[in-house]
Ligand binder design. Structure first.
Ligand code: TXA
Ligand code: MG
Length: 343
């Protein structure tokens, strides 16, 4: 069925309340709706309604073996979704919730199999964006919500990105402004000791380790991620979070050097989007140069919007200036790596 999503603003108290009411009514009716979160926009459905969760997979074209994150607003709801609540989960939730951290715990039997992709664990997150919090509180049920894009595409960081990807497939998109974190949450498996980072995000391993204390290690994602046949976290597939336009990450020390590197690839500077943060190419030859501040948080906030923008220009390629090999840049480097892996 083709339909056009209503896009509701939420920037005044009256608009906010009206949009919450409409989102809750649709969710109660088993529909999926796109809602703002502080990381990226989410495609939300009642996590306790198997048919509604199934609809998320249908709309996204998401493989059934990729579990979705369940969003809560409060510790009671989080614990209701978990079979057991380990001490580490408690300490991390206290430190980082609401916020961009997803904790993988043993699932409660109340959750439908579709949410967990039939597995025994569930990823839980209490987001900090006030809009999705208000929706969860008013609805009274947790929300299953992956990023609001078609499977393998770039995650959306504003309502317009969602509209371009899913506007013809869902009834409602709520505009809650530009996502403030800009990349997806850190996913941390706390069913194992030490806990393991399944997907790096802006809450770093170092920050997690600081909360857990020196006695607790935190394991980083392993190279290649998983043994054959075991997809611990399918979102960690090599190519994911990718623009349609081919993307490459390069380092250069001057405009000339960048031009030489493009020439060696047969890419024409006029038909490339250059995303730079330190050595900004100058001169007449470049068609599209954008600058993101040399700061990991600002970079994460702006990255997907830049890639979405470049994608819409139908360029020959996107070139992103390599980021420092510093822990603070790890999550950004991870997304750039996935975005630039050839198909
Ligand atoms: O920031 C975010 O996490 C956003 C917003 C909407 O909250 N959501 C998001 O969801 O990025 P999604 O579905 O696009 O990515 C979820 C990631 C995937 O890598 C998935 O494999 C992993 O979390 N995941 C979910 N449940 C899991 C589980 N039980 N065990 C292991 N990995 C899980
Ligand atoms: Mg996603």
């Amino acid at each position: 069925m083709t339909r056009r999503a209503a896009i509701l603003p939420s920037h005044t108290p009256e608009l906010f309340a009206a949009a919450v009411a409409q989102a809750v009514a649709l969710l109660r009716a088993g529909e999926v709706v796109a809602l703002p979160t502080e990381t990226v926009y989410g495609l939300a459905a009642n996590a306790l309604d198997p048919a509604a969760v199934h609809r998320i997979f249908e709309v996204k074209g998401r493989p059934a073996d990729n579990p979705v994150i369940v969003h809560v607003a409060g510790m009671d709801l989080a614990r209701r979704c978990a079979a057991t609540w380990p001490r580490v989960a408690d300490r991390l939730a206290r430190a980082f919730w609401p916020g961009p951290l997803t904790l993988v715990v043993e699932r409660a039997s109340e959750l439908p199999d579709a949410v967990t992709a039939g597995g025994s664990t569930v990823g839980l997150r209490w987001p900090s964006h006030p809009f999705i919090q208000a929706v969860i509180r008013q609805a009274g049920f947790p929300l299953a919500a992956p990023s609001a894009n078609r499977s393998t595409e770039l995650s959306p960081t504003n309502a317009e990105h969602v509209n371009r990807s899913l506007g013809d497939a869902i009834p409602l998109i709520v505009d809650g402004g530009q996502a403030q974190v800009g990349i997806e949450s850190t996913v941390l498996d706390v069913t194992t000791l030490p806990p393991r980072v399944l997907r790096p995000g802006m809450i770093s391993e170092e920050a997690i380790r600081a909360v857990l204390g020196t006695a607790n290690e935190v394991a980083a994602p392993s190279a290649g991620q998983s043994a054959p046949g075991i997809r611990r976290s399918p979102g960690l597939m090599a190519r994911h979070y990718a623009p349609r336009t081919r993307l490459t990450v390069l380092a250069w020390t001057s405009t000339d050097e960048l031009e030489q590197q493009l020439a060696a690839r047969g890419w024409h500077p006029r038909r490339c989007g250059i995303v730079a943060h330190t050595v900004i190419p100058g001169g007449e030859s470049f068609g599209d140069v954008s600058v993101i501040p040399h700061d990991p948080e600002a970079f994460a906030r702006a990255l997907y919007a830049e890639l979405h923008r470049c994608d819409a220009l139908n360029l020959e390629g996107i070139v992103v200036e390599a980021v420092p090999a510093d822990p603070a840049w790890r999550a950004v480097a991870d997304r750039l790596r996935r975005a630039s892996t050839p198909t």
